[in-house]
Ligand binder design. Sequence first.
Ligand code: NAD
Length: 358
Amino acid sequence: MSYNITLIPGDGIGPELTEATRRVLEASGVKFNWDIVHAGVDVMEECGTPLPPAVVESIRKNKVALKGPITTPVGSGFRSVNVALRKELELYTCLRPCKSYPGAPTYYNDIDLIIVRENMEDLYAGIEFEQGSEQAKKLTQLISEMGGQIRDDAGISIKPISEFGSRRIVKWAFEYARANKRKKVTAVHKANIMKYSDGLFLRVAREVAAEYSDIEFEDRIVDNMTMQLVKKPQMYDVLVCPNLYGDVISDLCAGLVGGLGLAPGANIGDTIALFEPTHGSAPKYKGMNKANPMAQMLSGVMMLRHLGEVEAADRVEQAIAAVVAEGKQVTYDLLPEPEQKRAVGTAQVADAIIAHMG
Ligand code: NAD
């Protein structure tokens, strides 16, 4: 049997990483029909849109996709293709495991964290009003009539957090915890300040937790959470977060296990799953055969598990772990600064992993 998978190489370092990952996944013995479709900055120049409809159509048809990172211009320009895909396909869960691989450059050696990030709401909803625009003026006026105060030279981003979205993501986190024999779920919030958005998220999280008496539940205010994760990450298990905190905490946890080069992820809906690393397109390394492909490959490992190819997933993951542990055929980011001259390239990491799989 072979699996129909949508493959989106992305831009920046994406094409090199997805190529290295494709080779490793094929070496696992699992058969794939790759439906290769393009999105991102290069496509924008050619097609006038960074997300041609063929990309979404392919994912809808195949139900499973592997995606490289895609650049989002900072401050102006087109909106995030990554966020658009999550919204368009209703991929409401972002699942990001952060796990220690011995040999990675980090102060911690026993981390096994799962971040469950709400993927559709919060400040990521894309409801924004530009400084000086008619809409911003109207909204400022309306808010002032309701007793609030916004300076008239403000830009405005709206933070919606719904009961439906909160319940759906917290339930997902508890179901994941139960299915994967996890002991504790921690809800992350700032409900002391944002009483009606984060406060709602926390209230719903408490209600859902009451339905899962077999799993421990606690909550943490997000600023305290970041400190606790740096000081004693071993105390935590599954973290369930609204969108923005989930984004920030994902990178923090990636740092705990040795960097973004080892942090995979998945965007999951009811019927569709799209696998991509936590990191971005690192444009400064584009085309240099320099970036670490392991986060992209570990996203591929998550995809293999999703497809039920557990044995192949284990073999690929063990080969990646062995290459990290040996420390000989690794990219610059997995080496201490003085040793970075002996780093190998993206493609050579793939070769080493394939050789380990025999
Ligand atoms: P980034 O993740 O691309 O890079 C952050 C840092 O990590 C950089 O120093 C980079 O050199 C390093 N890094 C990242 N991936 C690496 C890898 N595989 N191997 C070695 N080093 C690696 O974040 P950024 O610089 O903030 O963003 C760059 C672009 O990526 C932006 O346009 C951003 O919007 C986009 N982005 C896309 C996604 C996605 O596609 N899902 C996610 C995050 C950021």
